[in-house]
Write a protein that binds this ligand. Structure first.
Ligand code: PGA
Ligand code: ZN
Length: 436
């Protein structure tokens, strides 16, 4: 007999991939089902995100989470006791009301998102279903196109290069597992190019190469060459996906590139990115302008949105209302979905559905601070997001997610449809490959 009432819920302090404390929550239901989840943490966070509760003070740079764990154990647990874990919307609304702030700063976004995801896992266990199937309810779903980091920069590599993520996407692969195979070859090819050029500097926060490049364009050239050296056709088979994370180096229409020591206004930044789109096989660009530069986002999307995916991350902060507004303004054509940016599973799903309804592409995403938690792999499939962004192709907090999708792909068997080109909603490359 299933009985999805919450019998016991508690938080504990664990460690994330950057060696920083974070919150894990375990939910035990009356029928014995258990769910567990760990809060991730961003480094290049958007202004409108749910806020993590950190202890402050000098220990661990002020980043300890005893207060957030205590929120779970002293306030959240008693409030959720006996509640129905199968009613995720009700649970999440209860969490939002209990916190009472607009940014989750009282109980902590970290405490709340870990609770929300732990309850979700417990409900799936109670229903005796893998999480992705519990979420899809049997509706047809696609295996997502992975966006995989090769070089890390920006806030994740001491600004060694300005651009935060240099990633590849393999939409022409026949399956998710083949996309991983292709990426592994490209990662190796990039590594060997960098070693030959004496440009390796270890790994960045998400496991990509820490690039000792002298310009952003050197990274783009090297990545394009790595795609070719691995035996793939740039654009037609494998594209580049960039996260500019422009809020990290500018605001209010003034941007400063550390590498080139140049100051750019909105128009000049758009021109520069436009030149990159003309020159390199770029299929996707995230946060090309700052989060406070909607006019720039509108102009960029107007000029390049028909040939390139334009993703809002810091700009949209996984918020359904912002997604609707951006769609009305033409300020993006895709939305990144980070559960801890929204605060709860229900709010993240609302942002994703708002995107899908607006014709946006949707990308479920990890944070730069991660763990062995694989919840987002299930969300990306169960919600039919079409794309999944997890970081690089090294280090187990990243590989855990890719490997989990491989297991889901295997479980789906012949009915596993890989999203491939269908992941994108812009016209360009799909049209050109259809014609070829
Ligand atoms: P963050 O970066 O997790 O450090 O915020 C990820 C991203 O910007 O996509
Ligand atoms: Zn981003």
């Amino acid at each position: 007999m299933t009985d999805a009432r919450i019998a016991k819920l508690y938080g504990r302090r664990v460690w994330d991939s950057r060696g920083r404390p974070t919150v894990e929550v375990e939910a035990h239901l009356a029928d014995g089902a258990v769910g567990r989840a760990i809060a991730p943490a961003g480094a290049s966070t958007g202004q409108g995100e749910a806020l993590d509760l950190r202890d402050g003070g000098s220990r661990f740079g002020g980043l300890d989470v005893h207060r957030a764990v205590s929120s779970v154990n002293t306030e959240i647990a008693p409030a959720l006791k006996e509640q129905d874990a199968a009613d995720q919307e009700f649970i999440d609304q209860l969490l939002v009301n209990l916190d009472g702030t607009s940014d989750r700063s009282r109980l902590g976004g970290n405490a709340i998102v870990a609770t929300s995801m732990a309850v979700l896992h417990a409900a799936a266990a109670s229903a005796d279903k893998p999480l992705w199937l519990h979420l899809s309810g049997g509706r047809p779903v696609r295996i997502p196109l992975p966006e995989i980091q090769i070089f890390g920069g920006g806030a994740h590599a001491d600004r060694r290069v300005d651009v935060q993520d240099f990633m590849v996407v393999c939409p022409a692969a026949g399956s998710f597992s083949e996309a991983l195979d292709w990426t592994a070859e490209i990662y190796r090819a990039a590594g060997s190019l960098m070693r030959k050029a004496g440009k390796t500097g270890g790994v960045a926060d998400e496991g990509g190469f820490w690039p000792a490049f002298d310009s952003n364009e050197e990274a783009l050239e090297t990545l394009t060459l790595a795609i070719e050296n691995a035996g793939f056709a740039p654009s037609a088979q494998v594209g580049i996906s960039l996260d500019i994370a422009a809020s990290q180096f500018g605001s209010a229409g003034k941007y400063r590139l550390a590498l080139d020591d140049s100051a750019l206004d909105t128009g000049a930044l758009i021109e520069m990115l436009g030149r990159w789109i003309e020159t390199y096989p770029i299929l996707s660009i995230e946060d090309p302008l700052g989060e406070d530069d909607p006019e720039g986002m509108i102009e960029f999307t107007r000029r390049y949105g028909d040939r390139c995916q334009v993703i809002g991350d810091d700009f949209l902060v996984t918020n359904a209302k912002r997604v609707q507004a951006a769609a009305a303004d033409g300020a993006a054509n895709a939305v990144l979905i980070k559960p801890n940016q929204a605060g709860t599973v229900t709010e993240a799903l609302a942002a994703l559905r708002a995107g899908q309804e607006a014709g946006f592409a949707t990308i479920v995403s990890a944070r730069s601070g991660e763990s062995e938690d694989v919840t987002i792999a299930h969300l990306s499939v169960g919600w039919d997001a079409g794309q999944l962004k997890v970081g690089s192709f090294t280090r187990s907090e990243r590989m855990a997610k890719w490997n989990e999708v491989l297991r889901i792909e295997e479980a789906l068997g012949n009915s596993a449809e890989f999203s491939g080109w269908s992941a994108f909603t812009f016209a360009g490359p799909k049209a050109s490959t259809d014609a070829s």
